[in-house]
Design a protein around this ligand. Structure first.
Ligand code: BES
Ligand code: MG
Ligand code: ZN
Length: 490
């Protein structure tokens, strides 16, 4: 999607969009039109009343450079959130596409409505993300993407804000586009190839560890889960080293199970197709790394993605097996469907040992229990560090990618004690499933600040997902905007 800026509201455009606050009877920033047009605008204003998400189009007759005006309701001023302009802008973009327009213009609201940099970011993220469509496998592709003109009042920081927002949105779109791929088209090797492509484009270091090297180096979790599939497991490592040489890096880890059948502890058939989204954590890390390198952030960031396919078969790992993880600790397998924690534990220990990081953040569609606890619009966080948790909470408030903390004390650690090994890969029954999974991960880390983000409910649109224009059906790219905000504010 092409984006231009413009200072005048009087340029030629097929759709000029302005925001309207509820009960205000005014289109924010709209220039003056003649009496006839003004009276149609007023009539439309009365009808739509600025109600949140409502759109109203007024065709302009004659030779006016503006062909149509679009009024976009943003609700009451007191109810404005850091998401309102984003999702209303997304609706505007989808309307422009529906009308098959080649271009449209949005008037940026002024300072007294919303801080201008935030407004610009939201307009760009909202429109770009809303226009993304997963149509790779559709024979007929009819949509063209309209070009956006953002109308801004002069400010010298604007062009940087636009570029940043474009890169952030592109990161989220990249994450969605690979997360949406079907499991026959996206194996661990495919993901490794995507990592190679973005590392080459943006000058990151990229290292792929495969079998038999994984086994030789002690990645017992990744090897065990991966051994049942003919699509071999991979450990993908990306390095963005643009900080000081001795600056400790931030390590990002993402679960990438390209398909989770449950293995020998097979999942029920109904809805199993959704387990193509079990790679979303890894895809999030890939999207973040792509944007981090394009933004050229002056920090060191490492992305680590353990990737496997969890399949049942003659060579699969089994319930009852005892395996040795990269940390040296042993794990008794009681359910092969609790595979995510095994591959993540290896990656977390590797990240800590290899990079001595400042902080480790992991993303995973780890537990169905997370959906039971928090639903499909909020991710669970579990951490061993209050300061890191606060920073992620702050970034969450700024980006509106919502998180909620769950506790992790010794009692939960005790719930994964095994009779025969150092720990077991499930808790006690279904009690606190999200936390006992996190407890398993905590054992992989010695003393680095760490936060785990369970994105099982939010990584793709499912049953109770709140409709958002910028998250059409499928993968949402959750975490990309959140962590890019955190990294930019370090
Ligand atoms: N990938 C699933 C978790 C999941 C389930 C995410 C549904 C999103 C929607 C994970 O590998 C899994 O199967 N977890 C089990 C763990 C259990 C066996 C302890 C679960 O949540 O049922
Ligand atoms: Mg599973
Ligand atoms: Zn899984």
């Amino acid at each position: 999607m092409k984006i231009k800026t413009e200072k005048s509201t009087k340029k030629k455009t097929s759709l000029l969009c302005g925001f309207v606050l509820e009960n205000s009877n005014k289109v924010i920033g709209l220039p003056k039109f003649d009496i006839k047009i003004t009276s149609s605008i007023n009539q439309s204003l009365k009808d739509m009343d600025g109600k949140l998400g409502r759109l109203s189009i007024i065709p302009i007759p004659g030779k006016n450079p503006v062909q149509r005006i679009l009024l976009a309701g943003i609700g009451k001023k007191d109810n404005l959130t850091k998401d309102t302009i984003r999702f209303v802008s997304g609706k505007i973009a989808q309307k422009a596409r529906e009308l098959k327009l080649k271009e449209f213009s949005i008037i940026t609201p002024p300072n007294f409505i919303i801080e201008p940099i935030s407004a610009i970011s939201q307009i760009i993220e909202g429109t770009k993300m809303a226009l993304y469509k997963f149509d790779k496998f559709k024979s007929e592709k009819i949509d063209t993407i309209p070009e956006l003109t953002v109308i801004v009042s002069k400010s010298n920081k604007i062009s940087k804000a636009i570029k940043t927002a474009e890169i952030v949105a592109d990161g989220a779109i990249f994450t969605k586009s690979i997360a949406n791929l079907p499991p026959n088209e996206c194996t661990p090797t495919t993901l490794a190839n995507f990592a190679k492509i973005i590392s080459k484009k943006n000058k990151m270091k990229c290292n792929i560890i495969s079998e038999p090297e994984l086994k030789k180096q002690g990645f017992g979790g990744i090897s065990a889960v991966g051994q049942g599939s003919k699509n071999e497991p991979k450990l993908i490592v990306l390095e963005h080293n643009h900080g000081q040489k001795n600056d400790k890096p931030i390590v990002l880890v993402g679960k990438a199970v390209t398909f989770d059948t449950g293995g020998i502890s097979l999942k029920p058939g109904s809805g199993m197709d959704e387990m193509k989204f079990d790679k979303c954590g890894g895809c999030t890390v890939l999207g973040i790394m792509k944007s981090v390198s394009e933004l050229n952030l002056p920090i060191n960031v490492i992305g680590i993605i353990p990737s496997v396919e969890n399949m049942p078969g003659g060579e699969s790992y089994r319930p009852g097996d005892i395996i040795k993880l990269f940390s040296g600790k042993t794990a008794e397998i009681l359910n092969t469907d609790a595979e995510g924690r095994l591959i993540l534990a290896d990656a977390l220990s590797y990240g800590e040992k290899q990079y001595a990081p400042k902080a480790i953040i992991d993303f995973a569609t780890l537990t169905g229990a997370c959906i039971v606890a928090l639903g499909t619009n909020v991710a669970a966080i579990v951490s061993n560090d209050e300061r890191l948790t606060k920073k992620i909470n702050d970034a969450s408030k700024r980006t509106t990618e919502e998180v909620w903390e769950l506790p992790l004390n010794q009692d939960y650690m005790d719930m994964i004690k095994s009779d025969v090994a150092d720990m077991k890969n499930v808790g006690i029954g279904r009690a606190a499933g999200t936390i006992t999974a996190a407890a398993f991960l905590k054992n992989a880390i010695e003393n680095t600040p760490w936060i785990h983000i369970d994105i099982a409910g939010v990584a793709w649109t499912q049953g109770a997902t709140k409709e958002k224009s910028y998250n059409p059906k499928g993968a949402t790219g959750f975490g990309v905007r959140l962590i890019l905000d955190y990294l930019q504010n370090l």
